[in-house]
Every structure is written in C-alpha cells, then in structure tokens.
Write a protein that binds this ligand. Structure first.
Ligand SMILES: Cc1ncc(COP(=O)(O)O)c(C=O)c1O
Length: 476
C-alpha cells in the first residue's frame, strides 16, 4: 500500500549502527527540539523569508556566519548541491571567456553548476593512492597556475574519504600572485571542522565561498546545508539571485530550524571520546587491515585527515569487500557509508557514540580473524598495485565540449562496445561518492569503458542505460 513508508519502518526496526549520513544518526535526543509537525510552517508574518531574509532567518544565518567566521552565510535547503550550483552560476558572467580550474574529485553537482553557468572547466587530476586506489590527494602545485585564462578555482576539501589538501598553500599563492582569483571550496564533508583535532575550516583559511553539507556530519536534517562567503571576489547580489533561482520558493522551516539547532548542539559537543575510540581502532587494526590513518598524511597529496571517516581496505583478507559488508550488516548490524571492490568507508557524525566505534572495531577484528590474512599482507599492498591501473586512473578523459554544450547537443544511444572514443552524452558516476567517471562532453577512454563494462558491480547515477549496457553519446 505504502511501499516507501513500509520499507522505512521495517528498516528502522533493524536497529542498525549508522556509519553513514546523516550526522545525527537518527538520535531522538538530538532531534527532539525540532518540533514536527508544529514547526512545518511556511513564510507567515513574523517568520521571515529565505529569499529575502530580514528577520529571524537573517538572524539565524548571521549567527551561523559568526560561528564559522564568514561575512555572510546562506541556508541551503537543497543540500551542498545547491551551494555548488549557485557558486558557479554566480560566476557565469564574471568568468565568461575564462576557464575554471577544478579539482576532478568534484561531486557531480559541480558538473551541474557548469551546465547551468555555461562555464568551461579545466580539470586537475587527483593523486591516486596506490594502496586504496582512490583519489585521496591532490598535487596542489598544479593548482597554482599563474595564467590569465583562469577565472576561478574550485577544490573539494576534504574528500569524501576525509583526506584534506594544503588549501592554505593555494590561498597564499592566490594572495601573492592572483589576488583577483576567487577560490571556491566544496567542504561538504567538513561542516564540523573546528578545533585542533580537525583540519582547518576553509572559511577561516580565507576561501571566498565555502559550501557545507551540514546534514552529513552535524545534527541538521538531510538536505540542509550552508554556503558561507567573504570578501568581494564574488558578487553577493548575483549569488543571492542564483540561490533564489535554484532553490524552492517553499523552503522547509524544519530544515532551516535544524540548521540553527545544529549550530547550538555542535557548540556544546565534545569530540574527544569519539576521537579516542577511533585512535584505538586504528591502533588495534593497523597491520591486520589497511586503514587510512594519520601516518598517511604527507604522502600522495594528502595533507590532513578527518579521523571521523574510517577508510578500511580489506584486500588483505580472503574475502571480498561486498561480503565483508554483508557480514557487517547481517551479523553485526553495521551499516557503512559506501564500499567498492576493496575499500569500505565508515562515517561518524555528531550523533555517533564511542560504543558504536567499539562495535565496529570488534566486528572488523572478528571478521579479520575469521578470514585470516591473505598472502597479500598489508606491507606489500603497494607492490600489488597495478601500475597500469594507476596510470590510467590518473589520465582524465579529454574535455571535448563544455558540459553545457554537451547538454544542448543532440544525442543517441549506442551499446558499450561501440562507444570507445565517442563523447559522453551523460554524466556518469558511481554513487556514492558521486565523482563523475565521465562528464557529458568528455571522450570515453579505454579506462572509462573498462569501468562501464562492470555495470552490474556498481550503483550508478546519471547513467540511464546501465542495465541494457547502452550509453548516450553526443551525435556528431
Ligand atoms: C563532495 C560533495 N559535494 C557535494 C555533495 C552534495 O551534497 P548534498 O547531498 O548536501 O547536496 C556531496 C554529496 O555527497 C559531496 O560528497
């Protein structure tokens, strides 16, 4: 009768330990101050208006700006997605004719921003970590291009996996060499960055616009995020117009209230106990499983680590990652955020409890004990990595059309066996993390094709024909 609500009800009865978004982890004690249904209201007299805030919303946004040290903060009711899109749209006129330098670890909402704005990307390839085979770091020197044809830079910091880059270096370079250049930061996964146990927040580092997916790690409801701005490199009026264009005219007061409440619960929260538990997990499992730890900082373009992301490589075990996930789910009631063929990502948030981390540590230990160490132990992981894979993964698909040109171009479907060398007509990502494997307008390379051929192994977003193994290409 009600398939969605029945499924939600049966799922929540399972009592899983959440290691995924949202950051509140479904805890009633954290969310009980958001009054549903009473506060599910609309823009009534005295309740202000998101798109022209003059009263309580303006005040709540100003308080959030004070907390992050921004000049102005905008509440987002369509996630960091809307923030990324609005940042690009606001630059459409100012950067017309120039390129935007983009860290290719970007989320697919960045490609959406390029489609909407018509701006042209110039991507910077990430560093692929040889143990995890994931784009964890970035060679920041490649960002510091003293070239007049670049109109702005966009970086994703931290990555989905919690690794951060030396943003301070990029900002210092900008201040010295290209003081006009706006630096946009997708800090979707770093709304909780404050204090010495986390990487530094991009706002306090001096980025011009910073987007936070507050719901991912703090106590905001899913979809609620923030966009912080400072300085004069981004035109605030155009930014406001862009946000109005992109976001609903009926913003949810529950989402907005949750953003305000997320700020107060965060101010009172002490991360120390969770931190201790995560360090204990790193210590106990290191050498049994390959875990991303502080020891990885300083290599492969990684300059910092958010310890609330626990990235575990299980290729040292005689069991596949998806089987480990199945065991975690069925025998230990642990729900991770994402996994691939060798890695599993566990995400903590403000609703996580130290005992959750203990449960995870015991579960991973017992699985490692049961499935033993394979001959490929942690120490020689590097030697196993396939050099060809690393080289191919670093090679970005050539951009032949801008995302907007590709959006507008005629398209046709072809089977995968006929698509090599064609221009993709759709932006395809494994989701999560939502980093485009290929964006519309890019050439389909042998590496891209090799992943598309494994259509059944992944959860795709943006690829309509994955079941039929067909892909939309630009008809030229
Ligand atoms: C790096 C990054 N940016 C932006 C987004 C979009 O965030 P939201 O879900 O809040 O729209 C995501 C979502 O996963 C993300 O990982």
């Amino acid at each position: 009768m009600n398939p969605l609500s029945s499924k939600l009800a049966s799922y929540s009865k399972l009592g899983m330990h959440s290691f995924h978004t949202p950051g509140h982890k479904g805890r009633e004690d954290i969310l009980s101050s958001i009054k549903f249904p009473e506060h599910d209201l609309t823009e009534l007299p005295g309740l202000d208006m998101l798109h022209n805030p003059q009263g309580v919303i303006a005040e709540a946004q100003r308080l959030a700006a004070d907390i992050y040290g921004a000049e102005e903060t905008f509440f987002l009711v369509n996630g960091a997605t809307a923030g990324n899109q609005a940042m690009f749209l606001s630059l459409a006129s100012a950067c017309c004719g120039k390129k935007i330098l983009i860290d290719r670890r970007a989320h697919r909402s960045v490609v959406a921003g390029l489609i909407l704005s018509g701006l042209e990307p110039e991507y910077i390839a990430p560093e692929i970590h040889p143990d995890f085979k994931l784009p964890l770091g970035l060679n920041i020197a490649s960002f510091c291009q003293d070239s007049e044809h670049i109109g702005a830079c966009h970086v994703t910091d931290p990555s989905y996996y919690g690794t951060s880059i030396d943003l301070g270096y990029i900002l210092k370079w900008r201040n010295n060499k290209r003081p006009d250049l706006p630096i946009l930061v997708d800090q979707a996964h770093g709304a909780h960055f404050k204090g010495v146990i986390f990487p530094e927040n991009a706002v306090s580092q001096g980025a011009d616009a910073v987007v936070h997916s507050t719901h991912k790690t703090l106590a905001a409801l899913t979809q609620a995020g923030m966009l912080h701005v400072q300085g004069s490199r981004i035109n605030r009026n155009t930014l406001k117009q862009s946000l109005e264009l992109l976001q609903t005219s009926s913003p949810s007061y529950l989402l907005m209230e949750s953003l305000e409440k997320a700020m107060s619960s965060w101010q009172d929260f002490c991360w120390g106990d969770l931190y201790e538990e995560v360090m204990a997990l790193h210590k106990e499992l290191d050498g049994i499983l390959r875990i991303l730890t502080f020891n990885d900082v300083g290599s492969f373009g990684i300059s910092g680590l958010d310890w609330t992301k626990i990235l575990v490589n299980v290729s040292t075990l005689e069991i596949e990652a998806d089987k480990v996930v199945e065991l975690l789910r069925t025998s230990h009631l642990i729900e991770p955020e994402l996994w691939d063929e060798s890695n599993i990502l566990f995400m903590l948030g403000i609703g996580s409890k130290p005992e959750d981390v203990r449960v995870l540590r015991k579960a991973l230990k017992s699985i490692a004990k049961q499935y033993g160490l394979s001959r490929r132990n942690c120490r020689n992981l590097k030697e196993q990595t396939d050099e060809q894979f690393l080289t191919a993964a670093k090679q970005l698909p050539p951009v032949r059309l801008t995302p907007r040109e590709a959006w507008l171009a005629p398209k046709r479907k072809v089977t995968l066996k006929d698509c090599l060398g064609c221009l993709a007509g759709e932006t395809i990502s494994v989701y999560p993390p939502g980093i485009p494997l290929v964006a519309a307008g890019e050439e389909i390379t042998p590496y891209v094709l090799s992943l598309l051929e494994q259509a059944d192994s992944y959860r795709w977003q943006g690829w309509q024909g994955y079941k039929q193994k067909e892909i939309l290409i630009i008809d030229i």
